[in-house]
Design a protein around this ligand. Sequence first.
Ligand code: PNS
Length: 160
Amino acid sequence: MTLAVYPGSFDPLTNGHVDIISRGARLFDRIVVAILVNAEKSPLFSMAERVEIARAVFKSLPNVEVDTFEGLLVDYVERRGAQVIVRGLRAVSDFEFEFQMALMNRRLNGKIETVFMMPAEQYSYISSRLIKEVFSLGGRVHGLVPDMVEERLRAKVGQP
Ligand code: PNS
């Protein structure tokens, strides 16, 4: 059984993340969405909210699990008995940082393999940071995040 871990901050979950997780759920026996505790000093969404949103969005996919982790990613992956770290690659600009992380993680634990997946092209330019910025300045993010995220953004930040 191949267990994969898809780590990130998910502040908030975007449809790009949802796309990668859905692809991962078809490829691996089980995929764990692992939300990093304290990824940012002042996240918009609390850890409890991020977990709640991800669980709600993936409630119909039984091989998707949502968990949180602290400390080194490779230690969490090892503890879970997983073999694979999944990361999304959107554009060339992602590559440098992802390459560094993948090789550092391999140096830290050579048994764990990083697998990169491309999201559908309509999500290739979105990021959690951009979603928060656009929404807070009054721009529409409909279709770029799950409906639940859009509702929560509206409740937190106000309209649009
Ligand atoms: O969603 P993000 O912010 O791109 O995710 C980054 C994340 C959580 C994958 C990365 O910061 C991470 O793995 N943090 C855990 C600490 C760690 O292992 N750092 C060394 C990575 S080489």
